[in-house]
Structures are given as C-alpha cells and as structure tokens.
Design a binder for this molecule. Structure first.
Ligand code: FAD
Length: 323
C-alpha cells in the first residue's frame, strides 16, 4: 500500500498546483503511514524532478518515452495505472487541471477504483474509514463522501491545499511502461501555439471583463493590464456570444472553469453561472460601478467605480511599481 501522485508538467516545468498536489498526497501518505512516489511523464530535467522531494515525494518515476512526449489522455492514464500497480499504490492523486479532470475517470476504470474529483480537503481516515469533501455541481455545493473502495483516485482542486516544504531531494527512477497501440487512437503530430498569451486554463493570474465594457473596442485596457501582470484574459458568456472576444476566453458553468491565484473581474455582474467557473480562485478582485452587483459578495477586494476610470489608474499604478 502506498500513495502515487501524477506530476503534470508545462513545457518541462511544474506549476504551483502540482506542488500543492504533492504536498496533499504527502499528507495522506503520512496519515496512512506509507510512502509517496511521484510519476512524471514527458521531458522534465533532473533538478526539477529532484526538487519534488522538497514537497514530500521520496521517489520520482520518470517516463521519457518519445511517444509520450505530448499529453494523450488514454496513454497517460494507462501509464499512471501501470505505475500504480508497480508501486502497489492504492491512492492516486492528480491535480484537477484541464487534463487531470479527464485522466481521473480513465485511471479509475483501469484500476477498478473509486474516483473522487475536485477534492478540497484531506480525507478523514479515523477508524479505518475514508471520508472526503469534494466540490459538486460546478462548485455550487460540497459533498462529503464515504469511500469504501480499496483503491481511490483523487483529483485535488487547485488552491484548496497549501504547498508544504519539509522534505529532502527525491531519488529518480527511470520507468519504461508497456505502451499499447490501442492507447494511441489520438496522435499529436504538432502543437501550434494559437497565441503567445498566457493560456487561460493554467493561468495563475487572470484579468476578465464583461458586458460592462460596452463593446470590443474597449478591450485594449484589459489586454494592457493583463500584459503588465503576465496574466491571461477571460470574459463572461454574453461577451463571447456577441463575438466581442473568442469563445476560448469564456469562463463559467458553460465555459472554462479556472482556479487562478488572482481573478480580476471588470464590469461583470457575478451571475451564478459565471461564479460557477471562477469561485475557487484564491483572490477575487471586483471592479463594478454598481455597489449592489452580486459579484461583491464573493470578492476579496471590491472597487465600486467606473471601469473606464479605475482600470487606467490600475495600469498606471502597476507601471509605476515596475518602473
Ligand atoms: P451583465 O449581467 O450585463 O453585467 C454587466 C455588469 O457590468 C453589471 O454588473 C454592471 O453594473 C457593470 N457595469 C456596467 N458598466 C460599467 C462600468 N462602466 N464600469 C464598471 N462596471 C460596469 N455567464 C457566464 O459568464 N459564464 C457562463 O458559463 C454562463 N453560463 C450560463 C449558462 C446558462 C444555462 C445560463 C442561463 C446563463 C449562463 N451565463 C453564463 C449567463 C449569466 O447568467 C449572465 O447573464 C452573464 O454572466 C452576465 O454577463 P455580464 O456580467 O458580463 O453582463
């Protein structure tokens, strides 16, 4: 019995959400008095892998197979399931990222395991039970579930568990999984960046705007603020429906669900369907001229004011900090 954590990389680097997943998996391993192994797939440098020890992984299985260089859901799920069997792992943790969400179900089927997606707390393992809290209905509710299956696959909601640094360097072990042709029904031939901008699903900072901006011609200040902060841009549904912005920027219940460290919402009312996709952001800043806008109820910081006055002042302030 042990714990396995999948450490997804972004162009050879690990993001904060992965350190959260490793810290979380380590805490479960400690609760159950067992070891934590990490599995990395793709080209990641040795120092980056060793560094995972700092967050509690004692060993990292490193898969650097050329066919697995790019993310393919079926194939990655097979590799992780194989690693779980090899390590005798009965708890598998992944981050609830864009790809993590798709992986957990497949890993669950392969290991005949219970799948707990969107976990937000450590499990309670008192008395041999396994009770865990997760989000439900697009973050509008929480469910506390008793899991009786022997093997559990958990995806951790980003920003719900703190990064803990108290370990040493991890050892690296090369792992050559048995890949099957049937796992490669999708073949990634090339990855072309549509834009040089920060990708929204993985962004740590997001500047988002809604119908309060009146029209697409006013997005210059949103882009400028986002560029200065190194943030991705997002929008509400009516904005992408009206073609003011591309659909890939639409966040919410019917768009992308994100959990950045900072979400700045400009001229967005805060409808429940919008909040469903952004409410697990760590810090929410709302700029709205209506003090009664529902978004203020979930904001950490609120600015009541006209976006066309507030945003240029914010831009000037960030510029002066950078100068
Ligand atoms: P509005 O509701 O029009 O709000 C504009 C806000 O801007 C207001 O609060 C106003 O006070 C403020 N404002 C106006 N002028 C200024 C100014 N000069 N300065 C500052 N503030 C200003 N919506 C989503 O976003 N994502 C979804 O995934 C989504 N899914 C949906 C699914 C279903 C089934 C349904 C029925 C709806 C869904 N919606 C979704 C739509 C949602 O209900 C809201 O209609 C939408 O989020 C409102 O967008 P908005 O806040 O940009 O616009």
């Amino acid at each position: 019995m042990s714990v396995l954590v999948y450490v997804e990389n972004a162009e050879g680097k690990f993001k904060k959400s992965i350190f959260e997943a490793v810290s979380y998996a380590k805490a479960i391993a400690t609760q159950l008095n067992t070891n934590l192994t990490a599995i990395s797939i793709g080209n990641v440098g040795a120092s980056e892998l060793e560094n995972l020890g700092k967050y509690g992984a004692t060993k990292v299985l490193n898969v650097s197979n050329e066919k697995l260089k790019s993310f393919v859901n079926q194939a990655y799920a097979s590799v992780i399931a194989e690693a779980a069997k090899k390590e005798d792992a009965n708890i598998i943790v992944v981050s609830n990222s864009f790809s993590g969400k798709g992986l957990v179900a497949r890993i669950g089927v392969k290991l005949d395991a219970a799948v707990i997606s969107g976990a937000i707390e450590l499990p309670n393992t008192d008395g041999g039970k396994f009770t865990i809290k997760r989000t439900a209905f697009s973050n509008k509710a929480f469910a506390t579930v008793d899991v009786t299956a022997q093997t559990k696959v958990i995806s951790l909601t980003p920003n719900s568990y703190k990064v803990v640094e108290d370990g040493q360097s991890a050892s690296i072990e090369d792992f050559a999984p048995t890949t099957k042709d049937s796992d490669f029904t999708t073949i990634i031939k090339d990855i072309v960046r549509a834009t040089d901008k920060v990708s929204l699903p993985d962004a740590e900072l997001v500047v988002s705007a809604g119908r309060g901006l009146k029209g697409p011609e006013n997005w210059g200040m949103v882009e400028e603020l986002a560029n200065l902060l190194g943030a991705a841009t997002a929008c509400s549904k009516p904005v992408s429906d009206a073609d003011w912005r591309p659909h890939s920027e639409h966040v919410g219940q019917t768009g992308i669900a994100i959990s950045p460290n900072l979400y700045i919402a400009i001229g967005i009312s805060g409808a429940i369907q919008h909040l469903a996709g952004v409410s697990s952001s760590k810090v929410i800043v709302v700029i709205n001229k209506d003090p009664e806008a529902p978004f203020f109820k979930v904001a950490d910081y609120g600015i009541v004011g006209d976006a066309f006055e507030v945003v240029p002042k914010l831009i000037a302030a960030v510029k002066s900090l950078k100068a």
